[in-house]
Design a protein around this ligand. Sequence first.
Ligand code: SF4
Length: 436
Amino acid sequence: MKVAFLTLGCKVNAYETDKMKEIFEDAGHTVTGFENCADVYIVNTCTVTNIADRKSRKMLHRARKNNPLALVVATGCYAESAVKKGEEDECIDIFVLNKDKSNILEIVCSAVKDRTYNVCYDEKNQIEKKERTRAYVKVQDGCNQYCTYCIIPYVRGSLKSRNEKDIVAEVRELAAKGYKEIVVTGIHLSSYGADSGNFVKLGGRPLSSLLKAISSVDGVERIRLGSLEPRIITESFVKELASIPQLCPHFHLSLQSGCDTVLKRMNRHYTTKEYLECLEILRRYFENPAITTDIIAGFPNETEEEFEETCRFAYKAKFAQIHVFKYSKRQGTIAAKMNGQLTEQAKAERSQRLSIIEKELEELYRKSAVKEYEKVLFEEITEIDNKKYIVGYNERYIRIAVPINEVKDVYKLHNTIKEVHILENLTDGILLGTCN
Ligand code: SF4
């Protein structure tokens, strides 16, 4: 069978898609690009916002359009919530719940058994090139935090951490396949290990111990952390992190709002003062770390003053990148029932204002790398304005491009880490560098 995948949403979904691809490939099936003709389309959906819901539905319909005779499979959090609500869509043949993703091969095989489906002879069909550069490793699932706006604890369930030994064995396999960078991810990564003890007393120790174990695996040249919650950032935890040479100085610390009263209504358990203290610790132990974050614009009852406080806070925190989300009402959450819901127009206007700040801060941070020597893990060849470049990321997750005509044996550069001298800004979001 030819099986095409599409992933929406978070890094956990990206990890789970990789796992599902592996299951199909190991069983001798061909993984192909989503735009190609396939026998089975698997869309790993997301439901974090209304936009994510819409995009999930759109991609399922696109799959149906790509091959009207294919089996279209919806999995992931949107699929999960659609099953719970009893929603149906004629373009979806089957739903696979998150807990059943590891059995997806059997579920799909039994669904296609008696089905006459199209065999794709499309010449353009190509096996997706495996980018053995960066691999996601999910170390925990679920969340017990119940932020008032978030539907995730209801669709992913409560906290479940994986065993350190199993994770390290998986990393060993990935490193043996050639992956250089491991992205350690989870739905609520900061809670890793908290299901086996008191989180506050543990002070992030299960996670730092896991990271140390991962760093001892041969071939792991970089470790990147997924999203962290500010409360895990203590002096002792960061000291442990700083002792891991492969750990990237890139920290995604969810903020959600830069105003204490809004944070309280969101049921986030920190203040802006405490958040700034976390940044101070990180900046003390790591040189110019990339601090990235998520901010929600237009939470229920957010006043203009509260929003402006968030804008001022973004400048104060000097974020390298902000993922701006327009508040999205998720049925079943506490925030969805709150009075004082803002109009779509007001939310859009605030998210636009915040996006302008994000662009300014992101550019400022990116430019701090100009004239520096940066270590880049080269991942792909891309064309920009009719010129070809080999492109990769530095440790601080800045995208850097080197013209291929300046490089000897460009294909040998793929999946290696090289020092690059940064010359200038090339285009939106990418810096130009030279290896010579
Ligand atoms: S910490 Fe909050 S925002 Fe993150 S998954 Fe848990 S409930 Fe959702």
